[in-house]
Design a protein around this ligand. Structure first.
Ligand SMILES: Cc1cc2nc3c(=O)[nH]c(=O)nc-3n(C[C@H](O)[C@H](O)[C@H](O)COP(=O)(O)O)c2cc1C
Length: 341
């Protein structure tokens, strides 16, 4: 679709055709997915939290093999050992990556280093306060994450309520995150003042994502009510970092004691393997194509929007559908306004 949305200020700033951003998802958003999104006119982030500098270099090169359009890398300073974080940043800077998408606590030093190396800096936040802190520290784009989002969830406010407040509070472009997977929701985000949408769950359920087929099946089979916010899955992150997952046997067993859980106090039990490495019960690792073991007990990250997702198309088809539906909705809305409805 060639329409007014293509020319949003965000598209001009980051060099994509459509204001549809694919979230950096650890393990899940690798070069296949980012390349497919980017070639289809969206903007993708490699999910590289706690990955080695070697893998980061290889994945950046693999995306560049298939496209010369810009894309970014997602890192999470608060969930990464300081030395590894320095090495990850150095790998991104050497490769002259177009942008960094940061998440969780605002780290002004990392933002400054990224800006000094010429990166566009996106920062995902869950509160108005963090949006202001990220902007003051130099972030170019704020991603406002509502509590309905899949994966780690930093705030407690819904997208509908958070987004317009963040838009009012900062002067940089704001992208809507959490609950967005359709053209209707893109139009709603634009109406609330966003410059685009940032989707995780919708792109997890695509052919190119590196998630295990079991995870994709669970997403398309889930109702919105089947997801819940919990701090059960904490190994690798600071204790008390909530995630939104599809309910499984662990969350059912935990029942009312979902919050206040400290897995570091329990004996480590390996329940799956990834490339010969153990994955422990209560880890934040989600099942990937290469994971073997008890997949049902792993963190099946998904947002409430899973209830709207019913198939696993290519990323290009996902984006085409969003843009086609957005065009229809805008036309229908203009018609309704002309009719005085
Ligand atoms: C499987 C999965 C993994 C995620 N991993 C990350 C991550 O590594 N880094 C990050 O910044 N956000 C991560 N997120 C959160 C996304 O950035 C984003 O906030 C969320 O997907 C938006 O909500 P939605 O799932 O409703 O689209 C993840 C989300 C999902 C679904």
């Amino acid at each position: 679709m060639d329409g007014l949305m293509m020319r949003s200020s965000l598209c001009r700033l980051i060099g994509c055709r459509y204001p549809v951003l694919q979230a950096g998802m650890g393990g899940v958003a690798r070069s296949d997915l980012v390349g497919a999104v980017t070639r289809a006119g969206g903007y993708g982030f490699l999910g590289m939290v706690r990955e080695t500098p070697d893998l980061i270099r290889r994945e950046i090169a693999a995306v560049r093999d298939g496209t010369d359009r810009p894309f970014g890398v997602n890192l999470i300073p608060a969930a990464t050992d300081a030395r590894l974080l320095d090495e990850e940043l150095a790998a991104c800077f050497e490769a002259k990556v177009h942008s960094l998408a940061l998440f969780w606590d605002v780290n002004p030093d990392v933002i400054k280093r990224a800006k000094d190396h010429g990166c566009v800096v996106f920062h995902q936040v869950g509160t108005v306060e963090d949006a202001c802190l990220a902007e003051q520290a130099g972030a170019d784009v704020i991603i406002a994450q509502g509590v309905e989002a899949g994966g780690h969830v930093h705030g407690t406010t819904t997208s509908l309520v958070l987004l317009p407040q963040v838009v009012r509070a900062v002067s940089v472009p704001v992208v809507a995150s959490g609950g967005f997977a359709s053209g209707r929701s893109l139009v709603a985000a634009l109406a609330l003042g966003a410059a685009g949408i940032h989707c995780g769950t919708a792109f997890l359920a695509t052919e190119e994502s590196f998630a295990h087929a079991y995870h994709k099946e669970r997403v398309i089979g889930a109702r919105s009510e089947d997801t819940l916010r919990t701090d059960l899955f904490a190994i690798n992150w600071p204790v008390g970092s909530p995630v939104r997952v599809i309910a499984n046997s662990l969350t059912t067993r935990a029942g009312a004691t979902r919050f206040g859980h400290d897995p570091y106090l329990r004996k480590r039990e390996s329940i799956a393997q990834e490339n010969g490495q153990p994955i422990y019960r209560y880890s934040t690792e989600s099942p990937l194509r290469t994971t073997q073991g008890d997949l049902e007990q792993l963190a099946l990250f998904a947002g409430q929007v899973a209830g709207e997702i019913s198939d696993v198309p290519t990323a290009a088809v996902r984006i085409e559908r969003i843009m086609a539906e957005a065009a229809e909705i805008i036309a229908a809305l203009s018609g309704r306004l002309e009719e005085g409805v």
